[in-house]
Design a protein around this ligand. Structure first.
Ligand code: ACO
Length: 331
């Protein structure tokens, strides 16, 4: 079987910074509450709908990942875009990225798996490559979350930020020995669909003149319930891939988890029993960027030398659906 290796990564976040002090002026909250309960200090946000949009952020992240892999856009044979905030309901954002970068007429698809979207994309890319269908697949996780955030709801608006991250997953060579995506695990359960959802704007409850201004057009979330499920399912998912690959938590060089809340990350760390310096977190700078959070963190960790070729990395994520999953990979 072919191996599938992460050959290059990239990320992009908007220049504009929304700080906790800015949010104190908008809703009844405080820097102290946000930092203590979430670990977030600031987040990057697009400057409204006239900015470069999700496709612009995804294009920038993807360009860097292709360059980092030492490839050209023409080498990419499939684009997998994970997002819950596409520029349009139709067409898929993958088509916009393909066109922006001058990638050929290849397989283009969007995946809707919320914060787990990048790991779903990674798993699909691995399947494409190991079965011999493609050699180079571009996987992007990106979100314009502030476009679905209600800035009158303090329980959600302090959490979210915008950004995109990308990886090129390629067929490994014999000389890459030991590198590659070693195991993935994907799961979900629709019984929890109302814990995190956008009630309006889909085909079941479309926008009308009467409802388009209502809060139902934004994200609704039962944060407390999600918190409990997130810790359990992320940790269980992590254990699944370790078992599949025959590894132990002590083998892991770095855990790069979904960045939703520093307390979730800390609870996960304790469950896995890994030391603090083996868990990567950048939530303080970006907040929760959903499907973008793992690839942004992975690219940052690679570019700053926190992880390097040969590092064994575990990523695990959890999000609306609910869906969750994990991946174990040697860089
Ligand atoms: N500022 C001040 N007070 C606040 C704020 C705020 N921004 N938000 C809530 N509070 C208040 C609440 O009203 C409540 O007050 P009360 O006790 O008087 O009723 C109190 O703080 C505690 O509220 P909780 O909801 O219990 O706070 P908790 O410690 O659970 O933290 C949080 C809330 C941060 C949302 C946490 O539950 C969490 O991170 N949950 C997981 C979120 C997540 O991971 N979502 C999934 C991914 S998102 C996606 O898929 C797009």
């Amino acid at each position: 079987m072919n191996s599938a290796i992460i050959k290059g990564t990239g990320h992009y976040t908007p220049e504009h910074i929304l700080t906790n002090a800015d949010l104190e002026k908008i809703v009844d909250t405080s820097d102290e509450w946000i930092q203590t309960r979430t670990g977030i200090q600031e987040r990057r946000v697009l400057n409204g709908h006239n900015d470069i949009g999700l496709s612009g952020m995804a294009t920038n992240a993807a360009r860097d990942a292709i360059d980092d892999a030492g490839l050209e856009p023409k080498d990419i044979e499939a684009v997998i875009m994970a997002t819950v905030t596409p520029d349009y309901r139709l067409p898929a954002t993958a088509t916009l990225v393909q066109h922006n970068l001058g990638i050929g007429r290849v397989a283009l698809m969007d995946i809707v798996a919320a914060c787990t979207g990048f790991l779903y994309g990674l798993s699909v890319s691995r399947a494409f490559i190991t079965c011999g269908m493609y050699k180079n697949v571009l996987v992007i996780g990106g979100e314009h979350l502030t476009s679905i955030t209600n800035y009158e709801d303090r329980t959600t608006c302090v959490l979210f930020g915008d950004g995109a991250g990308a990886a090129v997953v390629s067929r490994g060579e014999p000389s890459d020995n030991g590198r590659g995506i070693l195991a993935t695990y994907l799961a979900g359960d629709g019984q929890y669909k109302d814990l995190l959802h956008i009630p309006l704007g889909g085909s079941k409850n479309p926008f009308t003149n009467d409802n388009a201004h209502l809060p139902g057009r934004h994200v609704h979330m039962d944060g407390r319930e999600i918190f409990k499920l997130a810790v359990k399912e992320m940790a269980d998912a992590a254990e699944h891939v370790l078992e599949q690959a025959g590894c132990k938590p002590s083998d892991i060089d770095m855990v790069i988890p979904h960045q939703a809340n520093h307390r979730i990350i800390e609870a996960l760390r304790r469950r896995l029993n890994v030391p603090e310096d083996r868990v990567y977190s950048n939530i303080q700078s970006y907040g929760n960027t959903s499907s973008a959070s793992v690839p942004i963190a992975l690219d940052e960790a690679r570019r700053t030398g926190v992880v390097k070729e040969g590092s064994l990395v575990l990523s695990t994520a959890f999000g609306g659906g609910l869906v969750w999953g994990s991946a174990l990979y040697r860089l």
